[in-house]
Design a protein around this ligand. Sequence first.
Ligand code: AHR
Length: 323
Amino acid sequence: MKRFAPIAAAGALLVALAGCAGGDAGPGAGGDDDIVVGFAQVGAESGWRTANTKSIQGAFEEAGIELKFSDAQQKQENQIKAIRSYIQQQVDVIAFSPVVESGWDTVLKEAKDAGIPVVLTDRAVDSKDDSLYVSFLGSDFIEEGKKAGEWVVQEFADADSVKIVQLEGTTGAAPANDRAEGFADVIGADPKFEIVASQTGDFTRSGGKQVMEALLKSNPDVDLVYAHNDDMGLGAIEAIEAAGLVPGQDIKIVTVDAVKDGMQALADGKINFIVECSPLLGEQLVDIVRKVVAGEEVEKRIVTEETTFTQEQAVEALPDRQY
Ligand code: AHR
């Protein structure tokens, strides 16, 4: 078992070897099969999350690195317990995707004091102390919200007023906060866009369906649904169809993720536009772990590359879509 202490450096982070336990010769000395990583996953709330878990587990297996994996079932207290257990087990690196943004300082400080580097994957924490983690790998969620907003502005260029229902992700989660912010920044420039209702569907299909069913009763004349992920958009489609309306026509839908089911709905014309959020973070996370364990510099922020999809682009991309 190797022990490490992270040291912040300008714009990057150098992780230095602090000492070795159990007679190990040093970082990387025994190869990848010496490394143990603890990963605390959010849960299995969406198609995106399932693909993300598969990508991470597959990449670590391929690399021959031991991965201890836990599923927090979307509860912060479960993630904190898992992180504490990884600290106790003296893993080499802890990686996790925080359920919500706030409330992490204490447990991250415990990891830091134990000399265990932490990598944030997918979602950020809102801590003021960025020495509590070595790197944050994931999407720019504000940018994703902006891309959704830009499509809406174009799509409704000739409309006089646009009534929007927003299906929010998990309350307090970085993608829910940031996708709302980016979207509002763009549509806020024109008062004809009005968010008539905004509620959480917790990033799940059933949540999206339930919320949309209720919101349709109070807002039958809604023009657009902006769902923070595909799953909630797919749930909204079910609610819209059950109300005797045609999704994609009577009510336009824009979502984020671009998982296969979402892309199929886009190809079928039930969703109108998707902003991609890639769950394929496994290989990059393995790279970061290797560098951290070897005492090499890692970038503090690694932004995932992603695109957007129209119906035509979805039809073209679907046959090769991995997730
Ligand atoms: O953090 C990424 C988000 O979490 C994805 O957009 C969503 O589908 C997932 O549950």
